[in-house]
Write a protein of this length. Structure first.
Length: 52
């Protein structure tokens, strides 16, 4: 379950549209290098950066 969360988060980031294209790249790098911390940060901070 622990390794599944970063994978699910990566899929969500890749399928999402962000206001700025560079945000997607930053989130992908953060999730790949920080794993659980990067995934948690995306759910708390990154979801607000997507296009509505």
């Amino acid at each position: 379950m622990v390794t599944l969360l970063p994978f699910i988060t990566l899929v969500l980031v890749i399928r999402s549209d962000f206001r700025y294209p560079s945000d997607k790249v930053v989130w992908i790098i953060a999730i790949l290098f920080l794993n659980l911390i990067g995934a948690a940060l995306y759910f708390f901070i990154g979801r607000n950066q997507r296009k509505l």
